[in-house]
Design a protein around this ligand. Structure first.
Ligand code: GLU
Length: 608
């Protein structure tokens, strides 16, 4: 057993932040804010140069990755170190209590490989996991419960990536993050806001409140946030290896926390226990899967295969869209085609994609040009398809424009996570999205361990999306819930061209697709393609628009042909890298969303 609840938790909120990561950032040539009381690596959404690149949402985390590259580590080493640092600075989005998917391009073999590090349901789970008296639980009650916690895949993903392609040990890769947890990072507006948004439920769990609500309140902007418990947990993983989590005392603490959520005696919230067991943790294994692959305008686009729906849904949309000259279209027609292709691809996603160990997913059919051709003919330039649109059958693509059967509406998924992109001097690339599902996951910190547990199992459908149709995404024993995570690597002539990924639940797919189209078809530099205002259509009556589109004349133009829109204040938080013909890398991140991202290169050289 680990330390008793909170007994060793210390938290210091001071006005000083002199972290190892800041030093690393300075060593990496990143400018630091001069003359400010807290030395924080300055965030820049774009960087150009040699020697490798890192892009993430957080400057401390990017600096950790750059430091690894600078000292001879490769892209995989840097990705794991950056991810571990994000576990410290983005604890509400990612960490060892969650899961994710990683895509890797190996410059020596020119091969793309992927790791599916998705969380798994307990072996006792069945399709009624989220039913009570035959009725689905309210979503928010399922989120903040032990029921939604899957066996974490993130620690196993780190070890698997390092074993296969890395040059450093897990212990080496965890060391900078361990220091960051102990020395702290400077609280910014996003962290404070995310804490405030979660305040009511965090307050109901003493271990969570003790860590994230010092003095009963969200930490002040500019204060230093430390997490010594997480530092100790990382150290234990470093010393004893993964067994400490999948078979040892960290795992025992996870299981106890899930089975008996440590709720405050004064809380009125009902927090249902889960049934995750030591056997479930011991049985956890990552999956090495073939990437999805489509060609798009002379490029090879590689993504994540099921259990994520990212690669198949993006692949189908790209296959549909490459029949059109998107570069020559008006902005309204371009958006119209993007929206309609997304609608169609989501109609097929809902019907066909789930964990391939449990359902027969026609991955090849979904990503085939023939199937896309049979669906593309639904798109009309002057009219809008109605949703929910019925699916096609990728096993038997018709030559006509037929689709049939009952539609499968897209079910609700939360929208938060984090993403990172790394490239190294040898030309290797890692695109990696990791998550604990909602912002703040289940809201439950494992007492004394410094990390939140995921609520990933709420990505299952609680009831069939359409009772008339088999649902590939119902809960099952040991099953992986369907994800939308879409880390994507694009090659041209067999070499990396660019790589992108984003958080955002089911909007991940449309975000990564839109960034790709913006860059390839609309000619935007990667950082501008990331910054452009987003739309997201997921086989629903209304398409979500960010304010930049919602408040533009384009909305009226599209409404005239039948589109319906709702406002979504912010969609996704992408990161990416691009390889220039002269061998330099451009790292690109968000300019504004989530407070802006952090793009860095090892040796800055020139401008984008
Ligand atoms: N749970 C989401 C998925 O796997 C990712 C989390 C998010 O970005 O919301 O699709």
């Amino acid at each position: 057993m680990g330390p008793a609840a909170g007994s060793t938790t210390r938290r210091r909120i001071t006005a000083l932040a002199a972290t190892g990561a800041v030093v690393a950032a300075l060593a990496a040539g990143s400018p630091a804010a001069a003359g400010t009381p807290t030395a924080v690596p300055v965030k820049s959404p774009v960087a150009v140069g040699y020697g490798g690149a890192v892009s993430s949402v957080d400057a401390n985390a990017s600096a950790v990755g750059i430091d690894v590259l600078r000292h001879g580590g490769n892209a995989v080493d840097a990705a794991v170190a950056t991810a571990a640092a994000l576990g410290v600075t983005e604890p509400y989005s990612a960490g060892i209590g969650g899961g994710g998917y990683l895509v890797y391009y190996d410059a020596r073999t020119h091969r793309i490989s992927t790791i599916d590090g998705r969380e798994t349901a307990p072996h006792t789970a069945n399709s009624g996991l989220f039913l009570e008296n035959g009725k689905p639980l309210p979503f928010d009650q399922a989120v903040t419960s032990g029921l939604s916690v899957g066996a974490p895949g993130t620690p196993a993903t780190w070890q698997a990536a390092l074993d296969r392609w890395g040059t450093r040990s897990l212990a080496q890769s965890l060391a900078p993050a361990e220091r960051l947890a102990e020395q702290g990072f400077t609280v910014d507006k996003t962290f404070r806001q995310q804490t405030a948004d979660n305040q009511a439920r965090f307050a109901d769990f003493p271990a969570t409140a003790k860590l994230f609500l010092p003095g009963g309140k969200p930490p002040e902007v500019g204060s230093t946030f430390t997490n010594p418990d997480l530092g100790r947990t990382y150290r234990e993983l470093a010393r004893r290896g993964l067994g400490a989590l999948y078979r040892g005392d960290i795992g025992a603490d996870i299981v106890n926390t899930v089975r008996k959520p440590p709720v405050s005696p004064t809380a009125t919230r009902r927090v249902r226990p889960g049934r995750l067991s030591a056997a479930d943790l011991a049985a956890y294994a990552v999956r090495y899967r073939q990437p999805t692959h489509v060609t798009y305008r002379g490029r090879d686009v590689y993504g994540i295969a099921p259990s994520s729906s990212g690669g198949t849904t993006m692949g189908e949309a790209l296959n549909i869209l490459q029949r059109y000259d998107l570069s020559g279209m008006s902005p309204a027609q371009y958006l119209h085609h993007f929206i309609e292709a997304s609608r169609i691809a989501f109609a097929d996603r809902g019907r066909w994609v789930g964990d391939p160990a449990y359902v027969n997913v026609p991955t090849r059919g979904l990503t085939s040009q023939r199937f896309a051709d049979s669906r593309a003919c639904l798109i009309k330039p002057g009219a809008v398809l109605s949703s929910p649109l019925p699916p096609g059958d990728p096993r038997h693509p018709s030559s006509g424009c037929a689709h049939g059967g009952a539609p499968v509406p897209t079910t609700y998924e939360g929208q938060n996570t984090t993403n990172l992109t790394v490239a190294d001097r040898w030309g290797d690339v890692v695109e990696y999205t990791l998550t604990i599902e909602q912002t703040g996951g289940s809201g439950i910190v494992v007492p004394g361990r410094g990390f939140l547990l995921n609520n990933e199992l709420t990505d299952f459908d609680f009831t069939p999306a359409n009772p008339a149709v088999p649902d590939p995404n119902l809960p099952g024993p040991g099953k992986r819930p369907r994800s939308s995570i879409s880390p994507t690597i694009v090659l041209k002539d067999g070499r990396p061209d660019f790589a992108i990924g984003s958080p955002g639940g089911a909007t991940i797919i449309t975000t990564v697709l839109q960034v790709l189209l913006g860059h390839v078809d609309r000619g935007l530099p990667l950082v501008d393609a990331i910054a452009a205002p987003r739309a997201s259509q997921r086989n629903a009556a209304a398409t979500e628009l960010e304010p930049g589109l919602y408040n533009s004349p384009l909305r009226g133009e599209l409404e005239k042909i039948g589109h319906h829109f709702t406002l979504n204040p912010e969609i996704g938080a992408a990161t990416g890298v691009q390889r220039l013909p002269d061998g330099r890398w451009i790292a690109a991140a968000e300019t504004v969303r989530r407070g802006g991202g952090s793009a860095m290169v090892v040796h800055p050289a020139g401008t984008a």
